[in-house]
Write a protein that binds this ligand. Structure first.
Ligand code: SAM
Ligand code: SF4
Length: 317
């Protein structure tokens, strides 16, 4: 279905939980999220009904996210059922990778085609510091497990943070020489409750091209990412620049939070509840959310935080 600005909305980001086994400083507070009541969260059947409704309106791609989707006990049946919905052509997941060694093969068998793994550093101590509790070794084992499981595409997502990982741009981008993966640098977004970063932490992605002059533009379509590659690379280096070059005019996304709120825009406060609705009511809410999708979010910068009244783990990225 098209919105008022002729954008064809074909992509749903489905957050299956707010909970996480890490506590990344840019995403959620150290004490975690205050656990909401079980009955306030979407049940598996409601998630599937929402995906069916979305498919009836023209959604073709679903990304399963969170919180951390792999801490959800029924993640495999959710993936299997989403993949079986008529009209859904692509099922992807974004994960921190920690639980992939145990689950990668089963996710692939359940119908997940593509997987994105979040990895901001290749330094053990820095990984533990940014995630407040994670072990780099586990995330790297997760990446290898994803490669072994035969996903159609494996990508690494790196949030670029000045003074933290800008010195690792060559090493992180260099993963595309070692593995057949894409590495995408994402500009740090100032979210509600997303830690205290100094202005210097908010870097424009231009720095990646400055540090890596040998990158050449790639021919593949990267969606919201601008793609480059090393002449001898096995995969692409992508730049996702929500701050320095926002991509609202190309935005084809709708989001569904784990507590059942449709969010037509990541950085706007508008939410459309679907919890407890009948199929017809859900359809009406979804149409409303698409038709009322804002043309663009307000400017984002250090000092001008996101208008979403949620932390990133409560939206799904
Ligand atoms: N737990 C999974 C993971 O980390 O991949 C999925 C959920 S996480 C909220 C989705 C994505 O949002 C991750 O790639 C994460 O790095 C990104 N993210 C979270 N907070 C962010 C922020 N403040 N700015 C930019 N990206 C952010
Ligand atoms: Fe958890 Fe992902 Fe947020 Fe990190 S970015 S705290 S892994 S939800």
């Amino acid at each position: 279905m098209k919105d008022r600005f002729e954008r064809n909305i074909t992509y749903l980001r489905l957050s299956v939980t707010e909970l996480c086994n890490l506590r990344c400083r840019y995403c959620m507070p150290e004490e975690g999220v205050c656990k909401k009541k079980h009955e306030d969260m979407l049940r598996e059947d409601e998630m599937i009904q929402a995906v069916e409704t979305a498919a009836a309106l023209g959604i073709k791609k679903v990304r399963i996210t969170g919180g951390e989707p792999l801490v959800k006990k029924n993640i495999l049946p959710i993936c299997r059922r989403v993949a079986a919905v008529e009209g859904i052509e692509e099922v992807c997941m974004t994960t921190n990778g920690i639980l992939l060694p145990a689950l990668a093969k089963q996710l692939r068998e359940a119908g997940v085609q593509r997987i994105n793994i979040s990895l901001d550093t290749l330094d053990e101590k820095k990984y533990a510091q940014m995630t407040r509790r994670g072990e780099l070794r586990q995330a790297l084992l997760g990446l290898e497990a994803a490669l072994d499981a035969g996903f159609e595409k494996v990508k690494v997502n790196t949030v670029l943070i000045g003074g933290f990982n800008d010195d690792e741009i060559p090493a992180l981008a260099g993963l595309t020489r070692k593995y057949p993966i894409d590495v995408r640098f994402i500009e740090l977004m100032p979210m509600y409750d997303s830690g205290e970063f100094s202005p210097e932490a908010f870097l424009s992605n231009d720095i990646v091209l400055e540090r890596l002059p040998e990158l050449v533009p790639a021919t593949a379509d990267g969606g919201v990412a601008k793609l480059y590659r090393f002449p001898d690379g096995k995969g692409n280096v992508g730049l996702i620049s929500p701050i320095s070059a926002h991509f609202c005019q190309k935005c084809n996304r709708l989001r569904l939070t784990a507590d059942g709120k449709l969010k037509p825009c990541l950085h706007s406060s508008g939410e459309y509840p679907i919890k407890g609705k009948t199929m017809e009511e859900m359809l009406e809410q979804m149409k409303r959310a698409i038709l009322e999708k804002p043309e663009c979010h307000g400017a984002l910068s250090y000092g001008q935080p996101s208008g979403a009244k949620r932390s990133m783990n409560q939206i799904g990225g």
